[in-house]
Design a protein around this ligand. Structure first.
Ligand code: ATP
Length: 236
């Protein structure tokens, strides 16, 4: 495996408020990296730094190319899809319209067959095809947001708290699908999660962020099994 995404000494700030203080982080090609940490640690900001949504210093490499300082749309075109917290679906539009928007920057003719692929992952979305996204359940909206992001055929998928506000069974479904997606599509995933257990289960690497600094990093299974880390940082 080689590095798909590499952050080196990344600082980020909102105006005068400095939030990230030199974050180093890697996502391997086809790998899953979990970014864990308490509320306000800077996890969402780290994802924003990758997709050019916050003022950033330091280096962000995507497949060997520097992308820091580039426009969000340019970064999306280079293969970075972002599923923000709060889901990022267009509530007023139907499932079909959300799918078509997801694929809007693609010029290939395989979009329709990718729709079928998404129905394979998320069969409920086929049943909801003509329904407004705003009328879907929370779980279905999260599925739609992930499907929409995958329709970009990204190299890197950024997921911000996909389990947030969802019932445990739906969360299990979503994580099962993420495993399948990773295997089938070979996409690299950077996932921010409050649910550390679940994230460590699906990830191969993990980082723990505390007030804008990485305090622990390593193979996910080692972090999961380290009782001291669990007790000190993960609260279980
Ligand atoms: P959460 O799980 O609560 O989303 P997080 O780890 O994702 O936490 P961030 O959302 O990255 O944390 O926020 C990190 C810090 O940056 C917080 O102190 C937050 O108040 C601040 N912050 C976030 N967004 C903005 C903004 N747009 N303007 C100013 N400060 C912000």
């Amino acid at each position: 495996m080689s590095a798909l995404l590499e952050l080196r000494g990344v600082h980020a700030a909102y105006g005068q408020t400095r939030v990230l203080h030199g974050v180093d982080l890697t996502v391997e090609q086809g790998g899953v990296t979990a970014l864990l940490g308490a509320n306000g640690a800077g996890k969402t900001t780290t994802l924003r730094a990758v997709c050019g949504m916050v003022r950033t210093e330091g280096e962000v490499h995507l497949a060997g190319e520097r992308i820091e300082g580039k426009a969000t749309e340019d970064i999306a075109r280079r293969g970075v899809a972002h599923v923000p917290d709060g889901r990022g679906t267009f509530m007023e539009l139907t499932v079909e319209e959300n799918f078509r928007l997801g694929a809007y920057i693609r010029r290939d003719r395989e979009v329709e067959s990718d729709f079928e692929l998404m129905f394979g992952y998320f069969p409920r979305l086929r049943q909801r095809w003509k329904q407004q996204a705003g009328t879907l359940s929370g779980g279905e909206q999260q599925m739609l947001a992930i499907a929409r992001a995958l329709l970009l055929r990204p190299r890197l998928l950024l997921l911000d708290e996909p389990s947030f506000g969802l019932a445990p069974l739906i969360v299990q479904d979503i994580f099962t699908i993420l495993r399948r997606v990773r295997e089938a599509q070979g996409v690299g995933i950077l996932i921010v999660e409050q649910n550390a257990n679940l994230a460590l289960d699906v990830a191969d690497r993990a980082y723990l962020l505390e007030t804008g600094r990485i305090v622990v990093s390593g193979p996910a299974h080692e972090i999961r099994e380290d009782e001291q880390i669990r007790r000190s940082y993960l609260g279980y």
